[in-house]
Design a protein around this ligand. Sequence first.
Ligand code: CP
Length: 305
Amino acid sequence: MKFKGVHIISVRDFGKDDILYILDCAARMEEKRRPALMAGRVMASLFFEPSTRTRLSFDSAMRRLGGSVVGFSSPKATSLAKGESLKDTIRMVEGYSDVIVMRHPLDGSARLASEISRVPVINGGDGTNQHPTQTFLDLYTIRKCKGRLEGLKIGFVGDLKYGRTVHSLAEALKHFGAEMYFISLDELRMPGTHLDDLAAHGVRCHETSDIEGVIGLLDILYATRIQQERFPDPVEYERVKGAFVIDGMLLEKAKPDLKVMHPLPRRDEIAEEVDDSDFAVYFEQARNGIPVRQALLALVTGAIE
Ligand code: CP
């Protein structure tokens, strides 16, 4: 029962063997339906920020395993609107559920919840910090479409400053000998703390704003939305949006087996003409959220070992 009772807060808490174990469990979930595995168990879904994929795929994952779901998709309809603290909310919800999935705008909020809760907490995204379940499904997608995780050249493009999915994924890929290309405007560069950590682990990293110059080298291009909601100054957002657009013309310079990923939602950073090409895996990537989140729910509640 290696994962029973474990909180899923940051990919930093998991080593290479843990990651591979979770991906293998997800593959088994995808192979075989388990409609009664979580019968009688309840997942609390606490979303303090908007979400389509994370919230709905966790709900769907739990229900497909026979479990049930309580929760909210906006704090406005809860006693938080009357001033109840996050701490007290978690103290209540742990009594109503076997596992808590939470998204919150503040960095560190998931860790705080895990320190209070007696049931496992799964971080569905905390501010600009981490989005570990997205990372597990990203890794699952990479392994499925490339047949391996080891030794890939991965480009990250877009909002590398505020994009928590990039921070989490880069962190996890350091275990797999990836060479990373961080493609962004100066204002949206990967934070230095993350670059220092990658360098300390011997990861070969390159920073550039010239996507055309590196596209032909990549096995995976991971695009992200410019996170408008995290910009303190709206004028700054207007200045940087639309800086990188992945379209058919750019992809003519790519290797034929390049795969384009995106955590979604997208704005205009991937042209719709790419959707039906062999490059696009972002919708499949979102669908992979189901087996991966099923595996995580079942592991942390002890429904599987
Ligand atoms: N990828 C992702 O976290 O999407 P949502 O914001 O829709 O959950």
